[in-house]
Design a protein around this ligand. Structure first.
Ligand SMILES: [Zn+2]
Length: 236
């Protein structure tokens, strides 16, 4: 059962960790708030601690709103740029083509009569073509993490970049393919380490230390820079 506390109009999900020794707060990409606490913490104590952190929470939420505001969704006109694996490519609208959307390594070419559904065509392209790249990369990185997924599925995950599901299945958000490879690698390795540790416990981050020693820098870059590369963002 999930429990929540409300403080000054903000709702926090409460997660008690059996091994947790200190309090913690996270604000995820969707702006959801989670308060982490040791197992047997009295609610009053947790509320007092969270209340002392409200300024920080408001700053984080403001930052997130600002980041999302800076994402300009594509208009699907010739000349605008679309990011793929962190590089900017130009879009060209063409009249005749067998495919609705194609990529030749330099240009994205979108057929004029496909422009009303352009966003769907891009989602499909990133899911299918980008998915091929992502699966190859995942397999390569399995050697580093020592954790092999049974299945890698690319689909829409809303605000999440990746998730680790049942039966060693790993899911990735198709929007991830817009980001630079060093950030994609962080997400892939993060999910592969979840095959070993399902939570964000101390042991999870310890494994990350050995698998990807500079994970902290990449995690920070991901949180700070994702909107620079993402033309297809989920608005808050
Ligand atoms: Zn995780």
């Amino acid at each position: 059962m999930t429990s929540y506390i409300e403080i000054s109009g903000l709702v926090f999900e409460v997660r008690h960790g059996p091994r947790r020794k200190s309090f913690g707060l996270t604000v995820d990409r969707a702006g959801e708030l989670v308060a982490h606490a040791p197992a047997a913490t009295p609610e009053a104590e947790l509320r007092a601690w969270v209340a002392s952190k409200l300024l920080w929470v408001h700053q984080k939420l403001a930052q997130k709103r600002e980041t999302v505001r800076n994402v300009y969704p594509p208009e699907f006109v010739s000349g605008e740029s679309i990011f793929y694996l962190g590089r900017s490519y130009r879009l060209r609208i063409i009249d005749k083509s067998r495919e609705s959307l194609r990529f030749d390594g330099e240009w994205f070419e979108l057929k004029r009569n496909a422009t009303p559904k352009a966003a769907q065509h891009f989602q499909r392209w990133f899911t299918d073509e980008g998915g091929v790249w992502l699966r190859v990369r995942s397999t390569e990185l399995e050697r580093r993490s020592g954790q092999a997924a049974k299945k890698v599925i690319v689909r829409d995950l809303g605000y999440r970049w990746g998730s680790c599901g049942k039966n060693r299945t790993i899911y990735f958000n198709w929007r991830l393919l817009q980001l630079p490879i060093q950030l994609i690698d962080y997400v892939i390795l993060h999910e592969q380490v979840h095959l070993l540790h399902h939570d964000h416990s101390h042991r999870f981050w310890q494994s990350m230390d050995s698998v990807l020693p500079d994970w902290r820098i990449r995690k920070q870059e991901l949180e700070r820079d994702w909107a620079r590369f993402s033309r297809f963002a989920v608005p808050l």
